[in-house]
Design a protein around this ligand. Structure first.
Ligand code: MN
Ligand code: MN
Length: 301
C-alpha cells in the first residue's frame, strides 16, 4: 500500500511542527522551571503552529524514562543537574509525528545523551524497505553498549497508524529474536533509550496519562459520559491529561474522582510512569519516518 499524497502531506506537516516545538522546548527548559510551565509552553506552541497534541507532552526526569506529564497545579520543578526527556506528539487529523530529545544539566551525562543520539542516527541510516527490525535493534544496542551504557530493553520504537501512536508492532532497542517483522510502507518511530542503570524499566505507582478504551456508553454516570463524549469527539483514543479537561468540572477533585471511577470501570486506560529499575539515569531520542515505496522521509528531522 502506497500512501496517498494528502496523508503524506499531513504527516509531513505534523512532523515539521513536532521538530520545531522540540527544538524550542529544549532551549526553553531550565533548572528551577516548573514542569507545568514547560508543558503548557510546548502544548500551546503545537496549537499555535497549526497542530494538535497527539499525547500530553511527556517530561521525564532522571531515572523516570517516560509517561510523566504534569498534573493540574503541579509543583514539580526541573532539578539542578538533572537529565530531562521531552517527548512530543503532534497530529493533524489523526496523522501523527512522535519525537523526543533529552537535555542534560549535568556534564557527567553528556556521554549518555551522545550514545543515545548516535544510536538513533545509526538506526535511521540503516532504515530501508524490507529491513528486519531486529537489525535496527542490534545497531541500537551495539552502539549504546560500545559507548559504555545500556539500552532499555523493555521500551521500543513502534509503527504508527491513523489516530494510533502505537500501531501494535515494536522496533526493539536490542536484537530480539522473537521480533521477526520487516519494515514496509507505513509510518514508524525509532526511539532508543540508554541508561547508566541495568536497562529495564518498571511501572511506577503514578498515572498522569490516560486514553479512552473504546466508545462504549454503558454503566457511565452523567459526569463520566460528558467527559467521555468530549474526549472521543476531540481525539478518539489518543492519550490525554487531566489538565485538558479541568474546565468541565467544578473542582480538580471532581475530575480526579471521575477519572478514578472510569479507570476502575475500564472505560479509560492509565499509563503508569516508567522508571529505570535500578534508578539509573535515562536518555531518549526519537524520530518519526515514513516509508512509501522506495522513499524514506524522516518527518521530525
Ligand atoms: Mn515519543
Ligand atoms: Mn514513540
Amino acid at each position: 500500500m502506497i500512501l496517498d499524497s494528502q496523508t503524506i502531506d499531513k504527516l509531513i506537516r505534523a512532523g515539521r511542527i513536532a521538530k520545531e516545538v522540540r527544538e524550542l522546548a529544549i532551549k526553553y527548559a531550565k533548572p528551577g522551571m516548573k514542569l507545568l510551565d514547560l508543558a503548557e509552553y510546548v502544548e500551546k506552541k503545537i496549537i499555535e503552529l497549526g497542530g494538535a497534541p497527539a499525547f500530553p507532552v511527556n517530561i521525564s526526569i532522571n531515572e523516570v524514562a517516560a509517561h510523566y506529564t504534569p498534573v493540574i497545579d503541579d509543583e514539580l520543578i526541573i532539578p539542578e543537574g538533572s537529565v530531562v526527556k521531552i517527548d512530543i506528539g503532534v497530529h493533524i487529523d489523526g496523522y501523527i509525528a512522535d519525537t523526543a530529545a533529552t537535555v542534560s544539566f549535568n556534564p557527567a551525562y553528556d556521554g549518555l545523551l551522545e550514545a543515545t543520539q548516535v544510536a538513533l542516527e545509526k538506526a535511521l541510516e540503516a532504515v530501508k524497505p524490507g529491513i528486519p527490525v531486529n537489525r535496527i535493534g542490534k545497531i541500537i544496542c551495539e552502539t549504546i553498549e560500545s559507548m559504555g551504557y545500556k539500552p532499555i530493553r523493555n521500551l521500543s520504537g513502534h509503527n504508527i497508524d491513523h489516530y494510533m501512536i502505537h500501531g501494535g508492532k515494536s522496533i526493539p532497542n536490542y536484537y530480539d529474536i522473537l521480533t521477526r517483522w520487516k519494515l514496509g510502507d507505513g509510518v514508524y518511530a525509532i526511539e532508543p533509550f540508554a541508561t547508566t542503570g541495568i536497562g529495564l524499566v518498571r511501572e511506577g505507582s503514578i498515572i498522569t496519562i490516560y486514553s479512552l478504551i473504546k466508545h462504549k456508553k454503558t454503566r457511565m454516570t452523567l459526569q463520566e459520559k460528558r467527559l467521555f463524549d468530549k474526549i472521543w469527539n476531540e481525539r478518539r483514543t489518543l492519550p490525554f491529561t487531566e489538565r485538558w479537561y479541568a474546565g468541565l468540572f467544578k473542582s480538580k477533585e471532581g475530575l480526579r474522582n471521575t477519572l478514578a471511577s472510569m479507570l476502575r470501570k475500564k472505560i479509560i486506560y492509565g499509563y503508569p510512569v516508567l522508571i529505570e529499575r535500578s534508578n539509573g539515569i535515562v536518555a531518549q531520542f526519537e524520530h518519526t519516518f515514513i516509508i512509501n515505496g522506495s522513499d524514506i522521509i524522516i518527518t521530525t528531522r
